[in-house]
Design a protein around this ligand. Sequence first.
Ligand code: PD2
Ligand code: ZN
Length: 281
Amino acid sequence: MKSGQAISPELREWVAAQLAAGHSVPSLRASMRAAGWHDDAADAALQGIEMQAAAGVAVEPPSARMPGPDLSVSPLYVDAGDRRVQVLQTMQLPRVIVFGDLLSDDECEGLIAAARQRLARSLTVETQTGGEALNVDRTSDGMFFERGENAIVAQLERRIAALLRWPVEFGEGLQVLRYAPGAQYRPHYDYFDPGEPGTPTILRRGGQRVATLVMYLHEPEQGGATSFPDVGLEVAPKRGTGVFFSYDRPDPATRTLHGGAPVLAGEKWVATKWLREREFT
Ligand code: PD2
Ligand code: ZN
């Protein structure tokens, strides 16, 4: 039973989200009781929020805010501060937006030049342990920039923050990947699997990933699309464009399973920006 359990920020967020979704306080108390909470602990968790709700104070759950541009008037372009970015394609489920003219050719080449000497076989975050490991599902070479590491990175990060309305500080350092012919990234989810033992350690640095922006820096001659197998979507790796997708919970229901199809000829280079729920430290 969870009688002695501390009331975490996550629980408060959950309660606020349920209230915002229209669930009543008594129904939440019943759900918490069914999940093993003692009435006194459930009441303690609900009390402050119930008073706020009764006073008419909006209880907006922080987790309901998601990265993404304002597309309410179906614009063809979005002002991203220093650049006018094209909106080429959108999808609701999974939430996917393809952006054109996100990076200049010079920026693509500058990122490749700065990354090239630091490439190593890509590691992925190992949710079993919270560490990093070689992953046979990803045959590209990769590296990470620190946030704001050089002028191109810093400017691109400010642009992404303006475009997606998400603070620079909530972003991980930019990752650059190079795919040689035959290299691929098998379908996966970018969020951290809540069921894996290493995930709580990973989440300490800024919570869950909530969105991904994959930007194409160099086009292969054939192959290398970013695919979303659940919905049969393939995004062509056109230089200067980017594919954004977001996931409001770490769950396959977001339909954000995605992969990098094998490069058949030439080289594919991408830069990936992952956005977290909170400041990434
Ligand atoms: O390079 C890609 O197309 C790709 C595909 C899937 C990149 C990522 N995932 C990623 O960086 O997470
Ligand atoms: Zn991915």
